[in-house]
Design a protein around this ligand. Structure first.
Ligand code: FES
Length: 141
C-alpha cells in the first residue's frame, strides 16, 4: 500500500463518517465550535487559537496542528508523509517525531530523519472575519 492510497482511504472514511455526525449534531441542536464543512476544510474561530500555541484539531479524521503568530497562521497535517502514522511535536527537541519508523521533521515540517522524504502537508489558511478557514490543498502526488 502506498502512502497516497492510505491517504485516499482515510479521506473516504472521513467523508463517510461525517454524514452521521452532522445528522446527530443537527438533531441535538448543537454545533461544534470548529465545524468541519468537508474532510478538506475547516472553519476555526480565531478565539480558539491562542497566540503562539500549538493547537491540535481534526479535519475529518486527519489530525492537524495550527499555530497563530500575530496575523500569521500556519497549519499542517500531522500525518507522516512516509506511511501515514500520526506525528507528535517534541518540544525539547523541536522536532515532530513519527513513532512508526522513527521519522523526524523539523519545526517547519521538513523531513530531517528516518524514511520520510516529503514535508508534512501544509494547509491553506484564509482569515475571514473572526475565523480562519483551513483548507487541505489537492494532493500533488
Ligand atoms: S510512517 Fe512515519 S516514519 Fe514511517
Amino acid at each position: 500500500m502506498t502512502a497516497f492510497s492510505a491517504e485516499r482511504r482515510r479521506l473516504l472514511k472521513a467523508a463517510l463518517g461525517l454524514a452521521p455526525a452532522a445528522v446527530l449534531l443537527a438533531a441535538s441542536g448543537c454545533a461544534p465550535a470548529a465545524a468541519p464543512a468537508t474532510a478538506n476544510d475547516l472553519r476555526v474561530p480565531l478565539a480558539q487559537l491562542p497566540e503562539g500555541q500549538r493547537v491540535r484539531l481534526h479535519m475529518g479524521d486527519r489530525p492537524i496542528e495550527v499555530v497563530r503568530t500575530g496575523d500569521r497562521i500556519e497549519a499542517r497535517s500531522l500525518w507522516c508523509t512516509h506511511m501515514g502514522c500520526e506525528v507528535t511535536w517534541e518540544e525539547q527537541r523541536s522536532r515532530y517525531r513519527c513513532p512508526c519508523h522513527d521519522g523526524e521533521f523539523d519545526a517547519q515540517g521538513l523531513p530531517v530523519g528516518g524514511p520520510p522524504k516529503r514535508p508534512l502537508r501544509r494547509l491553506e489558511a484564509l482569515v475571514q472575519g473572526d475565523a480562519v478557514v483551513l483548507r487541505m490543498p489537492e494532493a500533488a502526488s
